[in-house]
Design a protein around this ligand. Structure first.
Ligand SMILES: [Zn+2]
Ligand SMILES: [Zn+2]
Ligand SMILES: [Zn+2]
Length: 378
């Protein structure tokens, strides 16, 4: 007789219902015990203000423009934008139907989260994170209502190993005349779930517009009901839950979403939903930094309605895709089998969630500072 299936022991595949992609899970390879931190905590040697930084207040950028002496957040149009303002030229004729092309127009904005060069979301005050959230809302509204714009992607790419050359806390927004591949795929999955009367909706779970099933309302509701010890929830507050999704590709990937009601986009958050959004962003990023006592690198993106008020089935959520695997320097690469076949992981999402759940929400640098202060007093 075949052994009973145990997802913490037996190799298996999991399906990502948002993208339709699978991830191969090989938990039998992680039998070695978790040895924890082996490198000394990295204390940053960053200046509060860096005269060479093109994002610090009052400094000049390479195009010659001067940054404002901002005190909270600061937005400017990217001097090296990936797309140009519309209207785009008409589609060219192509030499073969296999060579499809479509012109794309749009705009790219840079958002400095804070004037301090040495801080990150994990070390900002909640009121500062609320400033960032409000700025995301206003960029989303401004760009999303611009003629010809069909999609607004807000994201943060953080850390040198992610190819982000400047540590100054900042994110970007790319607004396009087309919906890009990944959000288009996810929106189609959400639409299919909403349109199918057979889609599961648990008793008491929130629903989407017109009472239709919502894939993410349902998923968040399910995860919150799983016993903590065997579940994937890392942290939750009154409105938001951060979890390592069942189908996570990256070792410590997080899906962050509101679970109380179907929320389509950040411009429809209540005051309290914004406040608790800042709270959970702070707690997630602190835990991330504490995992390997380093400023944790990641790409983070906000997925929501393509543009404000667009009649799609979006449920607001954030993805955190961090590459680190075992320490501040050992990262996962999506190469080989993963590039040629499908994503693969050893650590199960449940194990990853357990590790993130066990961490403190006091930032390790604050602990180091307190220890140093205590030594000075003694
Ligand atoms: Zn700076
Ligand atoms: Zn929903
Ligand atoms: Zn998404």
């Amino acid at each position: 007789m075949a052994e009973e299936f145990d997802p913490s022991t037996h190799p298996h595949r999991r399906l990502n219902p948002l993208t339709g992609e699978h991830v191969l899970v090989s938990p039998h390879r992680t039998k070695r015990p978790w040895l924890g931190q082996t490198e000394a905590p990295s204390a940053p040697s960053l200046l509060k203000y860096d005269p060479q930084c093109y994002l610090c207040p009052g400094n000049s950028r390479s195009g010659g423009q001067k940054n404002e002496n901002y005190v909270n957040t600061f937005v400017f149009e990217n001097d090296f934008a990936a797309v140009l303002p519309g209207p785009p030229p008409t589609a060219p004729s192509v030499p073969h139907p296999l060579l499809q092309t479509e012109p794309v127009a749009g705009g790219c904005d840079v958002l400095c989260f804070h004037p301090r060069h040495d801080l990150t979301l994990a070390r900002l005050e909640l009121s500062d994170i609320e400033h960032v959230i409000n700025e995301w809302v206003s960029i989303y509204l401004r760009r999303g209502k611009q003629e010809g714009i069909k999609y607004v992607q807000i994201f943060e790419n953080k850390g040198a190993i992610m190819g982000c050359s400047n540590p100054h806390p900042h994110g970007q927004t790319w607004s396009l005349s087309e919906v890009p591949t990944l959000p288009a795929t996810e929106l189609a999955s959400l639409a299919r779930y909403a349109a199918d009367p057979a889609s599961p909706v648990a008793e008491g779970a929130p629903r989407g517009a017109d009472g239709k099933p919502c894939l993410l309302c349902e998923y968040a509701h399910f995860e919150i009901g799983v016993a903590e010890a065997e579940g994937r929830v890392v942290v939750k507050n009154e409105h938001w839950v951060a979890l390592v999704p069942w189908w996570a590709t990256w070792p410590f990937e997080i899906l962050l979403l509101p679970y109380h009601r179907h929320i389509t986009s950040i411009d429809t958050l209540s005051a309290n939903e914004k406040k608790t959004f800042a709270d959970i962003l702070s707690r997630v990023t602190k835990r991330y930094d504490n995992l390997f006592s380093t400023s944790f690198a990641y790409s983070m993106g906000i997925h929501q309605s393509s543009t404000p008020g667009s009649n799609d089935e979006a449920h607001l959520h954030l993805h955190f895709a961090p590459p680190l695997l075992r320490s501040a320097t050992v990262r996962k690469f999506l190469v080989g089998f993963e590039l040629m076949a499908e994503a693969q992981r050893d650590l199960t999402p449940e194990q990853a969630a357990g590790r993130l759940r066990a961490l403190s929400e006091v930032h390790y640098l604050d602990v180091l500072e307190q220890e140093a202060a205590a030594r000075t007093e003694a």
